[in-house]
Design a protein around this ligand. Structure first.
Ligand SMILES: [Zn+2]
Length: 119
């Protein structure tokens, strides 16, 4: 996991303010991002959401509540959603990519970037 030493892929704080429908994350390079739950949930990289095709596609799962955030080892976060989906593991590298793409495209991200490539 060489990327874990890259400050762009080391989170220093994560927040999910209750009721805000926004996930906030700050990285070791001091950049902060806010991702709507709809975007974060919609780009869930797990096999259950994505099937076995290549690339990560937006699957509109609405705007569920973010109930739980757990760190997985030193490389990923796992999110537990109000729609009972708890198997999505987002590597830091993937999460940062999603942050940068959302910062660039905003709510139009799913239309602008239909395929995010590999995790
Ligand atoms: Zn999933």
């Amino acid at each position: 996991m060489p990327s874990t030493l890259d400050p762009r892929t080391v989170p220093t704080s994560v927040k999910a303010p209750h009721g805000a429908r926004i996930f906030e994350i700050t990285w070791a390079d001091r950049k902060s991002y806010k991702l709507p739950h709809r975007i974060l949930r919609g780009y869930c990289p797990c096999a259950g959401c994505q099937g076995h095709g290549s690339g990560i596609h937006f699957i509109d799962a609405g705007d569920p509540e973010l109930r739980n955030i757990a760190q997985v080892g030193n490389y990923a976060l796992e999110f537990g959603w109000g729609d009972a989906h708890t198997t999505g593991i987002y590597t830091f590298t993937y999460l940062r990519k999603l942050c940068d793409l959302y910062a660039q495209h905003g709510d139009a991200l799913p239309e602008k970037v239909p395929d995010l490539g590999e995790v």
